[in-house]
Design a protein around this ligand. Structure first.
Ligand code: PA5
Length: 442
């Protein structure tokens, strides 16, 4: 992985880096010492080395079983129990992979749209399929509803016993409704460790089982993450990309750049951006502060939000994630008639054109006062993906500490749930129900 801060230099000078460096070093030390806010949730730090090896083998076995007996896998989860797996699968498999992969993968539990759920239901009902239901708490409403629906479908299709052998539950070791249900029905279960929060859980069974079931090599994924763990434990600030990234982000933030756009020129990175949005927003957006993360896919978004990036309010910076080498390239051929006027590109590859577009965009945006950071990997593979996952986890943890917040909690996620439960008259919410209806009716 290469971290390139060349296009931040005109916005962030050396003196500013020197000034913030000690704070970044202290933040990094607080993580190592497990001495600051959220220190009970630092299990992700050593995960690539100290993961549960016995469970890892069980994950691989379960993945093989799913691949052998199912044409489709329904993955049920939301937030941290969803985004990592989807990011990895969309990155590693060909575009529209459900039309070509041995096992189709469908994600539900991320919304409560009956249209969406019915669409997936109809796609899998006549196929052999398995379910991986994932919820750390075991009580999140959206995935719980989806699980009830797909569990019933499995039971009707295969009978209760075989259905149970096709259900894999990833949840807390001891508690929660999903754990109780899994024990009662004898589902194979996998654990979300207590000390790993949802958005930091992609390298636990939460991400690993669906990723492996999709046919992706999870050994290489862990090896890449472990290399990042080693590289990013370097205490020399100038040799540690996570520290440098955290420093630059915080300097830009203090200068009013409070929106970070994760940019890609490769559609396979789109869900990595979704994973990043959750990781950064839930880790940093609290106590009335934090950089707001968003994403853009270029060229698509150059023809929409590109206008605002170039000329709108100057409170943004971009972090480009790029892949240097493509899997397949296409050479643009000469056309005798040249009616489309494209012969000036004849003989050039599409990847070359894409790269020239990127260079042009970076210069235009920097000229428009938008700092650009670039994080690149040489190619699409599991190792590099594992490296990226760990890099961003470490960077956001340091960055949150530098900004004085607990990067490992997400209290703001509860507010909507409280209102929703009150409106749905959930037992235990009687008082809130009364109040919320009074508020709505008046
Ligand atoms: O980062 C987080 O902790 C959240 O986004 C959770 O992952 C999300 O709310 C899902 O929670 P659970 O796995 O308990 O169903």
């Amino acid at each position: 992985m290469i971290f390139n801060d060349k296009y931040t230099k005109q916005f962030v000078n050396k003196k500013e880096i020197e000034a913030i460096k000690p704070f970044v070093e202290v933040a990094d030390k607080m993580l190592d010492d497990k001495s600051f806010l959220g220190s009970d949730f630092l299990g992700w730090m050593d995960l690539p080395k100290d993961y549960d090896k016995e469970e890892f083998e069980r994950i691989k076995k379960a993945a093989l079983k799913i691949r052998k007996e199912s044409k489709a896998l329904v993955v049920i989860g939301i937030g941290g129990s969803y985004l990592g797996a989807r990011a990895a699968i969309e990155f590693m498999l060909p575009t529209y992979y459900n039309q070509t992969n041995d096992v189709e993968v469908y994600f539900v539990g991320t919304n409560m749209s009956p249209n969406y759920i019915t669409d997936i239901y109809n796609l899998v009902k006549d196929k052999d399929f398995s379910v991986n239901v994932i919820s750390k708490s075991g009580t999140t409403t959206e995935p719980a509803i989806a699980f009830r629906i797909f569990k019933k479908l499995l039971e009707e299709k295969y009978g209760e016993k075989e259905a149970a052998s096709r259900i894999y539950a990833t949840t807390d070791k001891k508690k929660g409704a999903l754990k109780t249900l899994s024990d009662k029905k004898a589902y194979e279960t996998f654990v979300v460790p207590d000390n790993v929060g949802g958005r930091f859980s992609v390298l636990t069974a939460v991400g690993l089982l669906p990723i492996a079931a999709a046919g992706i090599n999870i050994d290489d994924l862990m090896n890449g993450a472990n290399q990042a763990r080693i590289d990013l434990s370097n205490k020399n600030f100038f040799e540690n990309d996570a520290m440098k990234y955290a420093a630059i982000r915080n300097i830009l933030y203090r200068k009013g750049k409070d929106i970070e756009i994760f940019v890609n020129y490769e559609p396979r990175l789109q869900f990595i951006a979704e994973w990043l949005k959750q990781l950064f927003a839930e880790s940093e957006g609290k106590d009335l502060k934090g950089i707001f993360p968003t994403s853009a896919s270029f060229s698509t978004d150059l023809h929409s939000i590109g206008q605002a990036i170039q000329e709108g309010k100057r409170n943004i910076f971009e972090t480009i994630i790029s892949v240097d080498n493509v899997i397949n390239d296409i050479v643009i051929e000469k056309d005798e008639e040249d009616l489309d006027g494209l012969n000036f590109l004849a003989g050039k590859s599409l990847d070359y054109v894409n790269k020239m577009a990127k260079k042009g965009v970076v210069l235009a945006h920097v000229d428009g006062n938008v700092p650009n950071i670039e994080i690149s990997i040489d190619k699409i593979n599991e190792y590099n993906l594992g490296y990226l996952f760990y890099f961003f986890e470490k960077a956001v943890a340091i960055s949150g500490y530098v900004n004085g917040v607990n990067p490992f909690d997400q209290p703001g996620v509860e507010a909507y749930k409280k209102n929703m439960f009150a409106l749905l008259e959930k037992p235990g919410y009687e008082e809130e129900t009364k109040k919320i209806f009074e508020r709505i009716d008046n």
